[in-house]
Design a protein around this ligand. Structure first.
Ligand code: GDP
Length: 302
């Protein structure tokens, strides 16, 4: 239900256009595919992904001798799910340690929804009965520490912090010691997202990661890159930048409720081979959903 509701904008434009296309054509021909291609590209599905999909659709249409455009619709859903789930790295599950501390590092540029996502995820873990701690690792952006504290209070999670401007690696060190001494299950780590100086930011992330690795072998257990779905191809560029600089293990795609171009989910998975682990569907505590390709695609066409 949440998925369906959150995808209203994308559904109205993308699915609406596919429905319109299907109703206008009497048979499936080259022109039909060209129009479909256009719709998919405009929904941010991504060029490579669209090409793959169209090719597979054509093959399937030929194999099954499909003439009626109405029949193509279900094949589109099937193929979209198959493309998403194909190959490796499709799983949305998190690498959670049993009976040990799990450290999750969040990276991404300012404004994408990092703090909000940490708050929402803290709420989810807490609801599962886990002991959660948050680390205020964005010591650069004015107000970032306070904003995380607001979320911490809202969901009842302690935030480990230092003064603004302090060394984020030192904050992480503190947070890990606190997590150990409090026997925490989950440590959610915020980081800075200033992209004005890319080299410095990536160096800072490196250092933060090194401290975590040194203190807890095998950590961080997840490095989640947060991307704003409404920024479309810009999100793809950010993903490429962060992927080059650090081992991103998963994507959180926020603000899917605010875009008609939800196809970006497919593009990211298909072109970068990074799984989308969560999607943000609003600003509230419970507006974060574990990503599931089938639910997503069928949510689009429902
Ligand atoms: P940060 O700079 O990356 O930490 O970004 P914030 O967490 O401060 O989020 C920036 C803005 O995006 C805030 O106004 C959030 O409420 C909003 N936001 C975050 N996630 C979502 C989402 O999934 N949907 C919507 N509609 N807004 C979101």
């Amino acid at each position: 239900e949440k998925f369906k509701e959150g995808l209203t904008k994308t559904r109205d434009s993308f699915t609406g256009r596919v429905n319109d296309l299907v109703s206008r054509y009497r048979k499936v021909d080259e022109e039909f595919f060209e129009e479909l291609e256009e719709i998919l590209i405009q929904a941010d599905v991504g060029f490579d992904t669209v090409m793959t999909l169209i090719e597979e659709l054509k093959r399937e249409v030929q194999r099954k001798n499909i003439q009626d455009p109405n029949e193509v619709q279900s094949v589109i859903s099937e193929k979209l799910v198959a493309i998403y789930e194909g190959g490796e790295n499709a799983s949305s599950s998190l690498n959670i340690q049993e009976n040990a501390l799990t450290v999750i590092l969040f990276v991404g540029v300012n404004g994408v929804g990092k703090t909000t996502t940490i708050g929402k995820l803290g709420y989810q873990f807490k609801s599962e009965g886990k002991k959660v701690l948050m680390a205020a690792g964005d010591t650069f952006r004015a107000g970032a520490i306070e904003q995380l504290e607001v979320w911490g209070e809202r969901v009842g999670v302690e935030v480990i912090k230092q003064a603004a401007g302090s060394d984020p690696a030192a904050v992480m060190f503190d947070a890990i010691q606190a997590a150990k001494s409090r026997n925490a299950d989950i440590l959610l780590c915020d980081t800075a997202g200033r992209l004005q100086n890319k080299v410095n930011l990536m160096k800072e992330l490196e250092k933060v990661k090194r401290v975590i690795e040194r203190e807890i072998p095998g950590a961080p257990h997840e490095v989640l890159l947060v991307l704003d779905a409404t920024t479309g191809q810009n999100a793809m560029i950010q993903a490429k930048t962060f992927k080059e600089a650090t081992d991103v293990t998963g994507i959180v795609l926020t603000k899917l409720d605010g875009t008609a171009k939800g196809g970006i989910v497919l593009a990211i998975r298909n072109e970068l081979n990074i799984p989308v682990k969560f999607v943000g569907l609003g600003e509230k505590m419970d507006d974060l959903q574990t990503f599931n390709a089938e639910q997503y695609v069928y949510g689009l066409f429902a």
